[in-house]
Design a protein around this ligand. Structure first.
Ligand code: B4P
Length: 195
């Protein structure tokens, strides 16, 4: 199986590039952001809990997100592989995902980390906020999300670097240029595994 984690700060292009990767490799999309927003829209207990964290720019508690991922993947592993978009966001989540992959007799193939300057991230998210209706795409919340990323999420990169799975990709440029860089990184990793 080909299991890709798309990693990076808010606004780095994870959702955008996921769509292209799904199309290219036939992968199943697992976006914790989308799953949480869907729970929120349905006003489930989980969604109501997640709402206040999302709106303040904080991470939803690990146990909630992990439970949601387990439900999504358990007994449902099929097809050529998965793309994890916005998950894991803490080292605790990364360890849980490794365990889950082992239980399902597979593993993470590559972690693609999208590297984008903070000023560009803010610009992209505020632009999205003009039309997305996402309540967390305003200046104050975006700043909080970036702080949370630097403190709680960025250590996940080191966790995967130690497993030799991290590949940093320049996230500036057009969507197609970035996609081409990601495809090269994935193909390099697959060749490395064959050798
Ligand atoms: P997410 O939905 O994952 O939000 P995100 O990080 O902002 O999305 P993404 O990074 O995919 O945005 P994209 O670049 O595609 O999470 C939202 C919230 O849910 C979190 O803050 C947290 O509260 C909660 N949450 C989610 N997962 C969690 C977890 N695992 N644990 C705990 N809490 C969790 O898009 C940004 C914009 O840039 C778009 O408008 C796009 O069109 C544009 N763009 C993309 N590429 C571009 C390019 N090359 N040039 C110009 N613009 C570009």
């Amino acid at each position: 199986m080909l299991n890709i984690i798309l990693f990076g700060p808010p606004g780095s292009g994870k959702g955008t590039q996921s769509e292209k990767l799904i199309h290219q490799f036939g992968l199943t999309h697992v976006s914790t952001g989308d799953l949480l927003r869907s729970e929120k829209a349905k006003k489930t207990e989980l969604g109501l809990l997640a709402k206040k964290f999302i709106e303040q720019g904080h991470l939803v508690p690990d146990e909630v997100v992990i439970g949601m991922i387990r439900n999504k993947l358990r007994g449902n592993l099929s097809g050529p592989g998965y793309i994890f978009d916005g998950f894991p966001r803490t080292v605790v989540q990364a360890k849980e995902l490794d365990e889950l992959m082992t239980e399902l007799d597979t593993e993470i193939t590559i972690v693609v980390s999208l590297d984008v300057d903070e000023s560009e991230l803010v610009k992209r998210l505020l632009k999205r906020g003009e039309t997305s209706g996402r309540i967390d795409d305003n200046e104050e919340t975006v700043r909080t999300r970036l702080e949370v990323y630097n403190l709680e999420t960025s250590p996940v990169a080191k966790y995967y670097a130690l497993q030799d799975k991290l590949s940093v990709v320049d996230g500036h440029g057009t969507v197609d240029e970035i996609f081409e860089r990601i495809c090269i990184a994935v193909s390099d990793k697959l060749n490395q595994k064959v050798i």
